[in-house]
Write a protein that binds this ligand. Structure first.
Ligand SMILES: NC(=O)c1ccc[n+]([C@@H]2O[C@H](COP(=O)([O-])OP(=O)(O)OC[C@H]3O[C@@H](n4cnc5c(N)ncnc54)[C@H](OP(=O)(O)O)[C@@H]3O)[C@@H](O)[C@H]2O)c1
Length: 333
């Protein structure tokens, strides 16, 4: 699948994708060739299609940042040889092309051998969101936050965070925008759920943050949301901006919160976290995620599995109703 150039429109960007036959890519040393069995569309992919995502890969190219499949070739090196024939979850933003393809060249450092009891669909959604959710919990522990706030909390990432945080005794104030999402999170065991559509939401958030000692907030929405979080959280809190679901730039940040109250606004990107957390953290996180998947403690909701033929239509539906689960591309189907 090829994106010739970004189109800054949810449906237009998807309709602009086209299929193309290309020679098999050849992995270099430290890379492997993966026959893709399943791959996923995340909000980062939508941003990429729309030209709003900054990374090494530039159109014209194949999109897709994560997937799962079988390693069928190695460019050399000990890890590459070890991975040959293995079922793996893989990811990356290599310039050559992405996971929305029959074959994908992955760095060996971003290939996780799959346990027998983790299937390709679970493997295809095993990296971006679960690793980020684990990173958020670890960041909260490192910063000794008594509790955290999370916006767009009913997202797939938010549901994972709810589970991982509960397992580490980290209270979360989950902020959603609809009552059905609040209900969904309560069914997952979430205790503190606020609805940002309530008239008195800002005050409820301030009181809950103060009561629970929430000094760290993670925001995926952008626009006015990080500014509101900064205003609501106690002195010396940090707001982490990690997504742009509204498509808007940040606004309504009152510099007084930063200047006088010692609050901070920072950014998070998984790739930067992985680079600083190191190989040991990444490998151990991969093991923890697979154990949680295999035991059924976590799962990513999937709305449909489609071949290349139905992919564009499914992506349009996903853009219109993201809460209904992920679209999984099965290239061989
Ligand atoms: N920085 C990083 O490294 C990193 C890593 C992983 C994920 N992310 C980000 O994490 C976020 C969630 O990803 P995901 O894969 O879990 O998403 P997802 O579940 O596939 O879909 C997005 C979710 O966000 C909600 N949403 C969409 N627009 C919203 C808005 N304007 N205000 C409030 N809620 C909104 C949707 O709910 P509705 O049903 O109400 O539309 C839906 O539940 C994305 O922004 C993604 O880019 C960032």
């Amino acid at each position: 699948m090829i994106l010739d150039e970004p189109v800054d429109d949810a449906e237009g960007s998807v309709r602009a994708l086209r299929l193309e036959e290309r020679p098999l890519p050849v992995p270099k040393r430290g890379e492997v060739l993966v026959r893709v069995e399943a791959s996923v569309c995340n909000p980062s992919d939508q941003m990429f299609l729309r030209g709003r995502y900054r990374c090494a890969r530039k159109p014209p190219c194949g999109p897709g940042f994560e997937g799962a499949g079988v390693v069928v070739g190695s460019g050399g090196g000990m890890i590459g040889r070890f991975l040959l024939g293995k079922r793996v979850a893989c990811g990356g933003n290599e310039p050559g092309g992405g996971t929305w393809a029959e074959y994908f060249v992955a760095s060996v450092m971003l290939c996780f051998p799959l346990r027998k009891d983790v299937d390709f669909v679970a493997g295809a959604t095993m990296l971006v969101n679960p690793l980020t959710a684990l990173a958020f919990v670890d960041m909260a522990k490192q910063r000794r936050a008594s509790a955290i706030v999370h916006t767009a909390a009913a997202s797939q990432l938010g549901r994972l965070l709810a589970i991982f945080a509960r397992e580490r005794d980290l209270p979360v104030i989950h902020v959603v925008r609809r009552e059905a999402q609040a209900e969904l999170l309560r069914e997952l065991g979430a205790e503190h759920v606020l609805n940002s559509s309530d008239d008195d939401h800002d005050e409820k958030l301030r009181l809950a943050s103060e009561r629970l000692g929430a000094t760290l907030a993670f925001d995926a929405i952008a626009g006015t949301s990080p500014g509101k979080l900064l205003a609501a959280l106690p002195h010396h809190s940090t707001v982490v901006s990690y997504g742009k679901l509204t498509g808007l730039s940040l606004s309504a940040v009152d510099p007084a919160d930063l200047l006088f109250d010692g609050k901070q606004l920072i950014g998070f990107h998984l790739n930067r976290w992985l680079a600083s957390a190191g190989l040991w953290w990444t490998l151990s996180a991969g093991r923890r995620i697979q154990a949680a998947l295999a035991s059924g403690r976590i799962a990513t909701s999937v709305r449909c599995e489609v071949g290349f033929d139905g992919f564009a239509d499914a992506l349009v539906e996903y853009a219109a109703d993201m809460g209904a689960g992920k679209v999984i591309l099965r290239p061989g189907h």
